[in-house]
Design a protein around this ligand. Structure first.
Ligand code: NDP
Length: 253
């Protein structure tokens, strides 16, 4: 029996990267996966891959900034499956830019996706979980939500907001037996790390050599952590931040 047998999970930004890998792993572990992404092509591709492998998935084209999109995702999921066990608020964007060059438009777009998106996801899914008196929410923060770095004022502010919002909501929903945790990856091999390497003018390989474990993380490394937090194996864990960074933030180089 899979570790998520008969569970229903919503994963945002699951067209690529960490979200896609997590969707595939969840499905392999027996979950029905509601795959959402702002991009129709990549998102439906993830859902198709799951179905081709014998799993169960639905795709929604979904902008996490839109409250009406969230209402539709949640309503249709409940109509089809009658419950929501897991929410992985994964969708996010990245920007490295000096503070004084950052525009208000960039601030509002990034905060809209990285913070408002997480807020709206919890706002619409938690009432369903509260009725069930069960559920697990995993919010994607970052090491940038824990430590400072030049050029990261906007991204770091968004991920710091996700970190503390996670603990606040965990306190509010603990009486309903709902667990809410955040994950804090270092660079993981996706388009984001590629962008980070470009900005640092190094290769992804060189970026990884700066980490104590000598490599960047893979999406599967993160997917396995999210699986643990989604499953009943983590039934006594809430309001906690999980760093997954090959030792980067804790071992000074
Ligand atoms: P990816 O960019 O690979 O995947 C994220 C997906 O979300 C993309 O398809 C992206 O589209 C989509 N998306 C963007 N905006 C929206 C929106 N408004 N609504 C719905 N979907 C949207 O990201 P990763 O897999 O690398 O990262 C996943 C999460 O992990 C993010 O929250 C990120 O901040 C966090 N993280 C990632 C790290 C890394 O090194 N990869 C390190 C630390 C944290 P588009 O491509 O157009 O942006």
């Amino acid at each position: 029996m899979g570790r998520l047998q008969d569970k229903v999970a919503i994963i945002t930004g699951a067209g690529t990267g960490i979200g896609k890998q997590t969707a595939l792993l969840f499905a392999a572990e027996g979950a029905s996966v509601v795959v959402t992404d702002i991009h129709e092509e990549s998102g439906s591709q993830t859902a198709n891959e799951i179905v081709e492998n014998g799993g169960d998935a639905l795709f929604f084209k979904h902008d996490v900034r839109s409250e009406s999109d969230w209402q539709q995702v949640v309503q249709t999921t409940v109509e089809k499956y009658q419950k929501i066990d897991v929410l992985f608020n994964n969708a996010g964007i990245y920007l490295i830019k000096p503070l004084t060059e950052t525009t208000v438009e960039e601030w509002e777009r990034l905060m809209g996706i990285n913070v408002t998106g997480v807020f709206l996801g919890m706002k619409h899914v938690l009432p369903v979980m509260a009725k069930q008196r069960a559920g697990s929410v995993i919010n994607a923060s970052s090491v940038a939500g824990l430590i400072g770095a030049a050029g990261h004022a906007l991204y770091g502010a968004s991920k710091g907001a996700v970190r503390i919002m996670t603990k606040d909501v965990a306190a509010e929903y603990a009486p309903y037996q709902i667990r809410v945790n955040s994950i804090h990856p270092g660079y993981i091999r996706t388009g984001m790390a590629e962008y980070g390497a470009q900005m640092a003018q190094v290769t992804m390989e060189q970026l990884g050599q700066g980490y104590p474990l000598g490599r960047l993380g893979d999406p599967m490394d993160v997917a396995k952590l999210v699986l643990f937090l989604a499953s009943d194996d983590s039934s006594y864990i809430t309001a906690t931040e999980f760093v997954i960074d090959g030792g980067m933030t804790s071992i000074p180089s």
